[in-house]
Design a protein around this ligand. Structure first.
Ligand SMILES: Cc1cc2nc3c(=O)[nH]c(=O)nc-3n(C[C@H](O)[C@H](O)[C@H](O)COP(=O)(O)OP(=O)(O)OC[C@H]3O[C@@H](n4cnc5c(N)ncnc54)[C@H](O)[C@@H]3O)c2cc1C
Length: 306
């Protein structure tokens, strides 16, 4: 099995292999980013979880059965962050719409401003001169994955040191991460920038980076303070969710499978499925390893649904 085989079978195999690491070892080691090829204390299961080739329930059950509620607590909490972010955005779709507007405005501004366009290109290519940031930018392009702490440092340096538009950083992650997710990604970028928990920002420091990269990096010249970004309008109220169908009509059904959930087996139930349609949707904008993973995951889901 190659490291990132985009099938449910490979995801389940990787989950099984990680079960011994879901307890105290995770709680102790999860903040350290050893870098590509290093000994990670985190699962690196996010591409499969993002597409629900492996379910949050499966992860939580495996952790609790192997380690019990106390030792598994940290791992289960992190899994639930994903569920929380998904639900938060589902109740407030206006935050996604606002992100798209902000991104498009920032793109237009970059098209008018050659200095901004040059700085953005350097950040994407990993040629800013900030060694840690440049290494993460290249790791992202080459592998389609970054450790959580590297994502936090990267986003913080993007916003507060390089002073680039946050929505274009979120867009870069969304295009290049194999686990790129409108909820986890947008809301995490908003959190770093001080928009999500209003007024609370995340500041990357050289000491923290040195400590949690095992001394691989100690970047110089980082911002020393992180003034929160501000939005013109507050987020606004939550919307009511559409009611769930009370009963399933009889007769043949067409099963619509989207990249939000590529384990349709649990939806098939007792119904007569006459056909399966796979829809790639806006995820078609992903690139590099993220595109390869998504294409493979769609093919795997299609084969299993068939
Ligand atoms: C700026 C920024 C952008 C991010 N963008 C994404 C994204 O697009 N997609 C995404 O899935 N995660 C995103 N995250 C959250 C987190 O970095 C990744 O989920 C995690 O690094 C995945 O690695 P792992 O599978 O080894 O996680 P583990 O630590 O092994 O955790 C197991 C699973 O729990 C979930 N999880 C863990 N931590 C988080 C978290 N903080 N938020 C949400 N879910 C979590 C993931 O599904 C993960 O696979 C982002 C974080 C930041 C700071």
């Amino acid at each position: 099995m190659s490291d990132w085989t985009p099938t449910r079978a490979a995801g389940l195999e990787r989950m099984q292999a990680f079960v011994p690491g879901m307890g105290r070892a995770y709680a102790v080691g999860r903040n350290t980013d050893p870098g590509p090829g290093g000994a990670y204390a985190v699962s690196r299961l996010s591409p499969w979880v993002r597409r629900r080739l492996v379910g949050e329930d499966e992860l939580a059950r495996a952790a609790l059965e192997a380690h019990g509620p106390r030792a598994a607590e940290k791992f289960v909490q992190e899994v639930i962050w994903r569920t929380y972010w998904k639900g938060w955005l589902e109740l407030r779709p206006q935050v996604w719409d606002r992100y798209l507007v902000t991104r498009d405005q920032a793109r237009a501004a970059a098209a008018r401003d050659p200095a901004l366009a040059r700085d953005l290109a350097a950040a994407e290519a990993g040629t800013t001169g900030i060694d840690a940031f440049d290494a993460w930018a290249r790791e992202l392009a080459e592998t389609g994955w970054l450790h959580n702490h590297a994502r936090m440092w990267f986003a913080s340096i993007w916003v507060f040191t390089l002073r680039l538009p946050w929505a274009l950083g979120a867009d870069l992650f969304l295009r290049r991460l194999m686990d790129g997710d409108p909820a986890s990604n947008t809301l995490s970028w908003r959190w770093v920038a001080g928009l999500q928990t209003v007024g609370k920002t995340y500041l990357a420091t050289a000491d923290n980076i040195a400590r949690y990269t095992d001394g691989r990096f100690r970047p110089q010249g980082l911002a020393r303070s992180a003034e929160p970004l501000v939005e013109a309008e507050p987020v606004g109220p939550t919307r009511p969710l559409p009611p769930a169908a009370r009963e399933t009509p009889a007769g043949p059904h067409l099963l619509l499978v989207t990249p939000e959930d590529l384990t349709p087996e649990h939806l098939i139930g007792p119904w007569e499925i006459a056909g399966v349609a796979l829809v790639a949707g806006p995820d078609a904008a992903t690139e590099g390893p993220a595109r390869t993973f998504l294409d493979g995951a769609l093919a795997d889901a299609g084969a299993r649904a068939g």
